[in-house]
Every structure is written in structure tokens, then in C-alpha cells.
Design a protein around this ligand. Structure first.
Ligand SMILES: [Fe+2]
Length: 303
């Protein structure tokens, strides 16, 4: 089966400081070229006499297959992340970036510095969710092939010269800032949520199961949601999900813990995964305190 070229769906008229000519050319030439190259390489591989082919030819074809495949997928990620206003709203993703980098601003500073450091060279600056480490990571990727094992890329900044030279010449730093101002964060957040939901399949617990289970219960609703709430699960104590490094030292690796957020989506899941990666026995409450309340399970007034 051949990989199909995905159409450019971003409304080019919405982009700021990135010309329609630049983006359309990038899509038509570099992205589409990678897809076509991948399909040609795979067609050749399909007819290869593997036993009679030299090792260097096999190495070359398989290497070029990987380069073309990753180039195609990363370009799709790149184009699908454009078309927004670049403003990340307060959300589970901003909570996770704060937890893993100290603040959203610090994440941005590190990510843009990584991109700018590639100016004059080539490669991708990537924000990825690492399943192994239970956290978001910025990483460098050269030659389309240096992907972090066990991680899912959620944002990819193309730092090959073809991505900016038409508009910016050698001014790679200006291009990085233009890219940041056009990020469609809802698409990035969707990718992050999907990756976290997939990993968290192993560590959910239902309301019914929790009522039978003895565990330390931690309320990890966002600070603003916790402040606005009147009740919490009986026996729970609140911990800020954006500050896991500050309070994890209070936990005991020999004890089981349950974390819950408002609806049992990415904040509870991601907090549980971050703690499990640190070696704690943690599960998250499916449906969060919303499901707990609907089940008429015991609540207490917020402390
Ligand atoms: Fe590119």
C-alpha cells in the first residue's frame, strides 16, 4: 500500500509572517517529495532479491526508507500544527509543560533556543511525550531519523533551510518566532491527550473499584479548579499537578496511591504516569471526581 499525500488543510490566509508561497512550496516539494520517495523505495524493496543483494545496498535502501518515512510523518505533524494564534490556553497541556520544564515560558525558551541553534544546519526541534519517562521532552532530531525511542512527537519544528529560506533568508531565529506565533495548540493538545490516554490504559481504576480499595487518595485538580470547588473525595489531600517534583518526596514507594482530577482525563492520567515513571504505585480515578460525585460516593467539604 502506498502512503497517500495528505492535502494541506491549513488556511494559508490565516498565517502570520509565513507566506502562502513558502508553505505551499514546502508542502508541494519537500513533503510530497518525501512521500513519493518513500513509495519508490518501498516499490524497489518489494522486488528485491534479499539474499543476492549486497549488504551496502540493503543498508542504503533501508536507511533511505527510514529517512523518507520520518520526513513524511514529521512534515504532516508540522503542517497540522499551523493555523492557530500561538497562544496556549491554561489546560492540561500547560500543567504538564509547567510540571516538566518549570513553566510554559521556560519550555518555550528551551524549545525556541533548540530550534534557533539548528539555524544554518538542519534538523527538527521536537516536543514529545515520553512513555518511558512519563513526561514531555524537547529533543533534537537530525536527518529525519533521530527520534526518541518510546516517545510520541506532539509538535515538530522544521529547521531545514527549505522551511524558511524563501521568506527569511538566513534569519532562522525570525522564522522560529514566526512558527511559534502560528501554532494551533488545540491540535498539539489532542496529540498529547491521545498519547497519555493510550499509556494510561494500564493504570485506571473505576469508582466502584476504588470504594473497595484502601489507598492514599490525592486530589490533583488544577489549582484554579480546586480553588473553585466546594468538595473533595473523602480522605483526600490536594497536590498541585504542575509541581510534582516538589511533593513527590512526601510519597512512599511502598504505598498505593490514587490520583483524581475533575473528569479523569489527561491531568489525572498524566500525573499518574509521571509518578509511575518515578517508581510510585499510582493509579488514576476514571471519570475523576465528577464520576465519584455522580455515584454518590463519600465527599467531604474542601479542607
Ligand atoms: Fe521541511
Amino acid at each position: 500500500m502506498e502512503l497517500q499525500i495528505r492535502p494541506l488543510e491549513v488556511d494559508l490566509s490565516l498565517l502570520k509572517d509565513l507566506s502562502p508561497t513558502l508553505i505551499a512550496s514546502h508542502h508541494a516539494n519537500n513533503y510530497s517529495g518525501a512521500v513519493n520517495r518513500l513509495n519508490s523505495i518501498r516499490a524497489q524493496l518489494a522486488t528485491l532479491d534479499w539474499q543476492a543483494t549486497s549488504a551496502f545496498n540493503i543498508n542504503g535502501l533501508k536507511r533511505e526508507e527510514l529517512v523518507a518515512a520520518n520526513s513524511a510523518v514529521l512534515h504532516e505533524l508540522y503542517f497540522e500544527s499551523l493555523g492557530g494564534d500561538g497562544v496556549l490556553p491554561s489546560s492540561g497541556l500547560s500543567v504538564a509543560l509547567t510540571r516538566d520544564f518549570g513553566s510554559v515560558e521556560q519550555w518555550r525558551s528551551e524549545f525556541t533556543a533548540l530550534g534557533k541553534a539548528m539555524g544554518g544546519g538542519s534538523g527538527w526541534a521536537i516536543l514529545a511525550w515520553s512513555s518511558r519517562e512519563g513526561r514531555l521532552i524537547n529533543h533534537w532530531a537530525a536527518d529525519h531519523t533521530n527520534m526518541l525511542a518510546g516517545a510520541t512527537a506532539v509538535l515538530a519544528l522544521d529547521m531545514y533551510e527549505h522551511a524558511y529560506h524563501l521568506d527569511f533568508g538566513a534569519r532562522a531565529a525570525a522564522y522560529v518566532e514566526a512558527f511559534m506565533g502560528n501554532i494551533r495548540w488545540d491540535a498539539v493538545y489532542d496529540r498529547y491527550r491521545t498519547a497519555v490516554a493510550s499509556d494510561a490504559i494500564v493504570c485506571g481504576i473505576t469508582v466502584n473499584a476504588l470504594t473497595e480499595f484502601r489507598a492514599n487518595v490525592l486530589d490533583v485538580r488544577r489549582e484554579e479548579d480546586f480553588q473553585a470547588a466546594e468538595h473533595m473525595v473523602q480522605g483526600a489531600s490536594w497536590r498541585d499537578p504542575s509541581q510534582v517534583s516538589r511533593w513527590e518526596k512526601e510519597l512512599d514507594r511502598a504505598q498505593p496511591y490514587i490520583v483524581y482530577c475533575m473528569k479523569g482525563l489527561d491531568i489525572g492520567r498524566s500525573t499518574a504516569l509521571a509518578l509511575r515513571a518515578r517508581g510510585f504505585n499510582v493509579r488514576y480515578l476514571e471519570g475523576g471526581i465528577d464520576a465519584w460525585s455522580r455515584a454518590k460516593a463519600p465527599l467531604q467539604a474542601k479542607l
